[in-house]
Ligand binder design. Structure first.
Ligand SMILES: Cc1cc2nc3c(=O)[nH]c(=O)nc-3n(C[C@H](O)[C@H](O)[C@H](O)COP(=O)(O)O)c2cc1C
Length: 162
């Protein structure tokens, strides 16, 4: 039986996602992107997977530097996230207007207004389909505010998937 494209889309969009700002820095350049295809993939070592579109600055800088940071967007922070669906502007210690600190291992920024972050060094990439599957080992992490619940993408009415 042929797969019904509408049912395929509805079923894939029913995967629960959060929303994350992935950042990377290399050679004095920094990029950040709003991303939902993120998951943990191993306890020991602690591995995570992010799927990033080739040709975006964040993709290229993550692979060139061999590292990236994942910033977790909080439940009431969709407006912060929306500024990261556009090209990144770095001014002083701000990224698209939001203050960042430099992560110790990867040198990529973590955003102080977002509640949780972790940094990872790239261990593997899988080149298949239209996004690169980037596997990273978590080498640093921090909590800016542990009272904040992470955002659930579906609650925003936005989607990326299907
Ligand atoms: C809701 C939403 C989720 C997104 N999720 C992803 C994702 O998982 N992976 C990805 O590569 N791009 C994703 N994007 C697109 C990126 O945000 C966009 O390509 C990015 O801003 C490119 O920035 P850059 O060229 O500065 O790196 C998503 C966009 C939206 C609106």
């Amino acid at each position: 039986m042929e797969m019904d494209p509408q049912q395929k889309r509805a079923a894939l969009r029913a995967i629960n996602y959060g929303l994350y700002i992935v950042t990377a820095t290399h050679g004095g350049q920094t990029a950040a992107a709003g991303v939902n295809w993120v998951t943990q993939a191993s306890f020991d070592p602690p591995l995570v997977v992010v799927c990033i579109k080739p040709g975006t600055e964040t993709h290229d800088l993550a692979l060139e530097s061999g590292g990236f940071v994942v910033n977790v967007v909080g439940a009431d922070q969709i407006d912060v996230a929306k500024s990261f669906f556009r090209p990144t502007v770095v001014e002083g210690d701000t990224l698209n207007g939001f203050t960042f600190h430099t992560s110790p291992v990867t040198g990529a920024p973590h955003l102080v207004d977002l509640p949780y972050w972790f940094e990872a060094t790239v261990t593997d990439t899988v080149t298949t389909g239209d996004h690169t599957i980037i596997v990273g080992q978590v080498v640093g992490a921090g909590v800016h505010d542990d009272t904040v619940e992470p955002l659930v993408l579906r609650s925003t009415g936005m989607n990326y998937g299907g």
